[in-house]
Design a protein around this ligand. Sequence first.
Ligand SMILES: Cc1cc2nc3c(=O)[nH]c(=O)nc-3n(C[C@H](O)[C@H](O)[C@H](O)COP(=O)(O)OP(=O)(O)OC[C@H]3O[C@@H](n4cnc5c(N)ncnc54)[C@H](O)[C@@H]3O)c2cc1C
Length: 207
Amino acid sequence: MKIVLLNLSHNSEKLIEIAGRTSYLSFDKQMPGSEKKFIRMIIKNGHESVLEHASATFWVYEISRVLSHQFVRHRFCSITQQSQRYIDEKNFKYIEPFSVSTNSEAHKIYVNLMKDIEKSYQKLRDIGIKKEDTRYILPNSTTTQMVITANLREWRHIIKIRGEKAAQWEIRKLVIEILKIFKNEIPIVFSDFIIDDDNLVISKNPS
Ligand SMILES: Cc1cc2nc3c(=O)[nH]c(=O)nc-3n(C[C@H](O)[C@H](O)[C@H](O)COP(=O)(O)OP(=O)(O)OC[C@H]3O[C@@H](n4cnc5c(N)ncnc54)[C@H](O)[C@@H]3O)c2cc1C
């Protein structure tokens, strides 16, 4: 799994503070560092719409279509994904879950199936089947890539529900890595999120 932060609204935390202070016309209270207390206050009070003024874009790749299928359910994201209609998948790469790769019998079954699919894909292409139809035989494990843009309120929501225990391991891994990037870039907006010893996201402000 690879993640690249392509874009983050310039001066996100100050931007959020300025937007939020428009409600109260409290610009006189703005000073270096004042965004810290202000952003914590709006999150604590559930005024998260103010966070929508800033957004972030990530390029994620070497992820499976199992993951992407779950991710695209988040309706406030703008997403562009690698096409299986236009890209020839004859040498498709795939994700192998840890439970399979660490079990020699399961690993063998898995790898053999992937090889069979690869061969069949090539045979179908050789007899003239278009990429858009040949792709029907590709597995969920096929790797894909996406560029995802969302505002910070939506990123907080996604990280909260996809980073917790009930979430599936691959999407959880993705959002935890994204959370680490956010904690580095804009720590105040994500200061109520903790990554615990079991690599789960805990929010101190449960919605
Ligand atoms: C652990 C887990 C298991 C899951 N299992 C399944 C499953 O088995 N089957 C399945 O189909 N899906 C499953 N999902 C996906 C889930 O049902 C949601 O589709 C997905 O998580 C997107 O969540 P959302 O609607 O909260 O997010 P978003 O689309 O990101 O929306 C963000 C928030 O905006 C608000 N919102 C968005 N659209 C509307 C609207 N039309 N009306 C009112 N409010 C709106 C809601 O408050 C929503 O929480 C699972 C998700 C999780 C986290």
